[in-house]
Design a protein around this ligand. Sequence first.
Ligand SMILES: [Zn+2]
Length: 492
Amino acid sequence: MASPAFSHRACYVNFAEHLQNAWNPNMFFPGAPNVWAREDWRRFLAYIKACGFSCFEYWVAPTLFDRPALDGGGIYADFAATMRMVTEEAHALGLQTKFIAAVNTVGPGWYFACPHDPADKRLIRDLWAHWAGALAGTDIMGIFPGDPGGCNRNGCTHETFVELALELTDVITGANPGARIELGTWGTPFSGWGSDLWPMTGWDGTWKRIFETHDPGPETIHIWNGTPERAALAMEYLVERLSAFPEDMLVAINLGFDPDAGATMGGDARLWAREVAKLRPITTWDYSVAEGELITYPHWRLPRIAARRREERSAAPYAGGMSYTMSPKLNLLTLYAAGQLFLDPDADPDALSRSFCAQVFGEEHAVLGELFEAFEVVRGWGFYPRRAWSKAVLREKYREIIERLEAADTSGCALPLFPDPETYRQDLLWFARQFHALAGPDPDRAAIRGAFWRKALAIYDVIPMSADARADAAADGFASILAEDKGWAAPW
Ligand SMILES: [Zn+2]
């Protein structure tokens, strides 16, 4: 096989508190469902390896990034033990691991600690030293600016983030010698730092205050306030300071400074990617290209993933990047295509989709690879569908998916799927039946909402709602799929 187009190919599973669902591992809530056993992790890692990934990426989410972690024990020690085991299994397969943490976001309440407050600063340093040591063996440690996180209190700006990251680089490599650093620039860039964060008089650093202050919700307004002028200042400062960072440090910088790596908000990032690449290796952290947040469903964004990889290859000397999922036990087709497209951006996404379905469901059902595009109709983060559909045509596609999945025999599955092929087939059938009803006349949306909750979100019946209380919105959103008739020309 030809050498891979990108050497760093990370699969990022975001299992944070607000993104819990039946297809995501539960890392923080003992006694609640969805905990993965060692064998589950081994099979998951073997699957992403087979897809073409070279690295498993995870988040030390704010619930863990909290004072009690420093005392040891509890969920903190359990998490560290699990991730050390995962790293061991990954290494045995020839995979790397990477952790990222939002640099100053502390605890389940998402407190934004201020580096200019001496007590907060000490806490930030202590938490990084703790986790870098507790997760020793993790190959790459990613310093992530925010979302949630960042600060504009006590004079904090985008420059504060760069200086904090430099200081933490020493803390991390002191606690975990040999770890490679990845510096994230996510967002506009440096999400949440200085004027990117909404100004609030007398803000106490809490998420609760942000949420209460900015009805209807913080998501669209608390960050992403940076302009191209601010982006230029932030990147100029970073470029000026890069020589102080380790020579092998990766810098994660997207093609554009907005949530979809486009050119709104902070503008086009390509010239900055090229500037940074002169000094340090660069990666992308293009979050929404493969999957959105909120509503879990079987995604199909393959042509966009392919286009992005080709654009990255053309724009700057990228070493690679990551592909995100919050549903690693459901979006097996996306994982396969994303891994393959990191290896070869010239691969044809439609051919990849058919090939995957032929390998899983049998050659006679390869056409499922084109039918699954009909699932990509949920308006949400990163939704840029390739084609427009009428509801009548969609309903017909879902019917055909149902018939084919019912007929398919997965006993000859040629890929090492996790979960097993039969579970995957049943999950896809469940979604196809719901979508078929949602595209039909007068669906019982309340019943569908209840069914989605029980299937996807029941864990929230037994765990606390997250600081960003999304589960209800996700269920509402699922029940609203195809609710509005957009006319012939508008995409669903
Ligand atoms: Zn501050």
